[in-house]
Design a protein around this ligand. Structure first.
Ligand SMILES: Nc1nc2c(ncn2[C@@H]2O[C@H](COP(=O)(O)OP(=O)(O)OP(=O)(O)O)[C@@H](O)[C@H]2O)c(=O)[nH]1
Ligand SMILES: [Mg+2]
Length: 429
């Protein structure tokens, strides 16, 4: 058993890592240096210690080795010199590429997909998210099982061997298939609760606003700063935010009540990243579908990142694959405190904000209100004195103006959502 200086048990090997990427020179792709920098951040998020990076310029991926065989031999020497035990590739590899590379490098071979799935496996908290990650991991493994090399089957701990909750991933094809159908059944079971909550929100017609965007854009920070505006006690409802890729992996719903008593549900969820494994998107589809079914999407953009336009593109591609691009959407260009936001085109659908300093949040709230409360109905009512409970309800749930006490009841003017309007229309005057 390994113990660190604080006497904490370390139950995993130190991952000493080299990153490897191919520069195909294609113009539609993100700059390779930036892509490798992102891979480094992802590796750190998986607990790896990145010692070096190798980029090979190559028109096409090698079908046997991904990189050129000669390059693989060069990397082998680096691995020995730096005492590396894992090499992480910037793209998804086939089963035979993994096997061939292992033969030369004799260390664990991990691809970008496995890395992302591993981060998800470590961080998912809810039962549903854990099951979704495991199903994505197993589906990635299935076509790579034949003659599977050591990387995905080695008995030691490390990236690519963990399932959610540190359990070992299955290796046997039949058992994987059985496990997949078992997980599917369990997902059905645990998603019932989510469905009930969702039906409740629909019935009450509380509008839903969802935060979407690239990982690390500031979605959770924005959720927290909107919670600060809420008139309810909100400190305990704050969500985790951190300068870390995939800090959020579960979906959170929070009620926000504005000072004019208008109320909506705000949703924070997992962010996207370039080359997001499609198995993962498929596995999370049920959760994501719920998120994007919102009345309004706020697409949070990290405008201080020089690749913010690529990040917008990637996010919109994922939204498109989820058939959500036709939803009403506001772009929130975030982190304006450390970015030159002058250059950003400012149209009706975009606001410039800083979730951290609060700058521009009032503008964003006004835009949200314009979208989601546009169907509120202004009305005048006379509530009989023996219907005190109706008066109390309206007072609590909506902004009431011009109250006066008339001979046959309380007169008031207010704004109601459709559900409340229909419920109380008999008191209209
Ligand atoms: N300077 C600055 N930093 C910000 C701002 N908004 C968020 N951040 C920082 O950016 C980092 C990521 O913020 P999060 O809110 O966790 O980002 P996220 O979009 O929820 O990220 P994931 O959950 O990983 O997808 C944190 O270190 C925040 O403090 C901002 O307006 N200005
Ligand atoms: Mg987050």
């Amino acid at each position: 058993m390994l113990v660190n200086e604080n006497n904490e048990i370390i139950n995993e090997l130190e991952q000493r890592v080299i990153l490897v990427g191919i520069n195909t020179g294609r113009r539609d792709e993100i700059d390779i240096e930036d892509s490798m920098e992102e891979l480094k951040e992802l590796s750190k998020a998986a607990g790896a210690n990145v010692l070096d990076m190798v980029i090979q310029n190559k028109d096409r991926v090698d079908s046997a080795y991904f990189i050129g065989k000669g390059k693989a031999e060069e990397i082998n020497l680096m691995c020995t010199a730096l005492d590396v035990n894992t090499v992480i590739f910037n793209d998804e590899l086939t089963g035979s590429q993994i096997r061939n590379l292992e033969e030369i490098l004799k260390v664990a071979i991990i691809d970008r997909t496995t890395l992302i799935l591993d981060i998800f496996a470590r961080r998912a908290h809810t039962k549903e998210a854990k099951l979704q990650v495991e199903i994505a991991q197993l589906r990635y493994r299935l076509p790579r099982l034949v003659g599977l090399g050591n990387s995905l089957s080695r008995t030691g701990a490390g990236i690519g061997t963990r399932g959610p909750g540190e359990q070992k991933l299955e290796l046997d094809r039949r058992r994987i298939l059985d496990r997949i159908s078992d997980i599917k059944r369990q997902i059905k079971e645990v998603s019932k609760h989510r469905e009930i909550q969702r039906a409740k929100r629909k019935k009450n017609k509380v509008p839903v606003v969802s935060l979407v965007g690239y990982t690390n854009a500031g979605k959770s920070t924005l959720m927290n700063s909107l919670l600060d505006l809420s008139t309810e006690e909100s400190e305990s409802k704050k969500v985790y935010s951190e300068d870390l890729l995939f800090a959020t992996l579960d979906t959170y719903h929070r009620r926000i009540i504005l000072d004019d008593k208008k109320e909506f549900v705000l949703t924070d969820t997992v962010g996207f990243v370039s080359k997001l494994p499609h198995h993962l998107v498929d596995a999370f589809k049920a959760t994501l579908d719920e998120v994007i079914e919102a009345d309004l999407l706020i697409h949070v953009v990290d405008s201080s990142n020089k690749n913010y336009d690529m990040q917008i593109k990637v996010t919109n591609e994922v939204l498109e694959s989820l058939k959500a691009l036709d939803r009403p959407m506001i772009y929130a260009f975030n982190k304006c405190d450390k970015a030159d936001c002058e250059i950003l085109t400012k149209d009706r659908n975009s606001v410039i904000i800083s979730a951290l300093t609060g700058q521009g949040i009032d503008c964003l709230v006004n835009s949200i209100k314009e979208y989601i409360f546009k169907d509120m109905i202004k009305c005048k009512m006379l509530i009989p004195f023996d219907k005190g409970e109706v008066f109390s309800y309206l007072h609590e749930k909506s902004k009431v103006y011009n109250v006066s006490y008339e001979a046959n009841g309380t007169y008031l003017e207010t704004e109601l959502n459709e559900a409340d309007f229909n419920r109380y229309k008999k008191y209209l005057v």
